[in-house]
Structures are given as structure tokens and as C-alpha cells.
Design a protein around this ligand. Structure first.
Ligand SMILES: Nc1ncnc2c1ncn2[C@@H]1O[C@H](COP(=O)(O)OP(=O)(O)OP(=O)(O)O)[C@@H](O)[C@H]1O
Ligand SMILES: [Mg+2]
Length: 43
């Protein structure tokens, strides 16, 4: 299992990822879905 806690990312003054927490479970299909620009890049 991978656990992500309170993940933040900024590009200069642009704070684009504001505290994401989630888990990715071993042996399961884990999906990241969302509209364009919703910060899927960092997963
Ligand atoms: N290198 C960068 N410099 C500045 N801002 C960035 C950079 N990379 C991504 N961003 C910004 O981060 C936000 C999320 O972008 P991201 O590429 O993660 O979206 P996405 O969910 O992967 O979208 P898509 O489905 O279009 O690939 C956007 O507002 C984008 O402008
Ligand atoms: Mg993307």
C-alpha cells in the first residue's frame, strides 16, 4: 500500500496542489480521474 498525506505542489506563486491525501492499495486497480488541469500529472 502507498499512502499519500497532505501533498502540496507549487510552481512559483501558483499553489496548484493543496493538501491531497489518499491511499493506493496493493492488488487493486487504483484510478485517478478528473477534468483537464485537475492535477492528475503528479500521480
Ligand atoms: N511545469 C508547470 N509549470 C506551471 N504550472 C504547471 C506545470 N505543470 C502543470 N502546471 C499546472 O498544474 C495544473 C494541473 O496540470 P496537470 O497537467 O497536472 O493537469 P492534468 O489533470 O494532468 O490535465 P490533463 O488531463 O490535461 O493532462 C494546471 O493548472 C497546470 O497549468
Ligand atoms: Mg495529465
Amino acid at each position: 500500500m502507498i499512502e499519500v498525506k497532505d501533498l502540496h505542489k507549487s510552481f512559483g506563486d501558483a499553489h496548484i496542489l493543496k493538501g491531497i491525501s489518499t491511499t493506493f492499495d496493493k492488488g487493486k486497480t487504483n484510478l485517478i480521474i478528473g477534468q483537464s488541469g485537475s492535477v492528475k500529472l503528479f500521480f
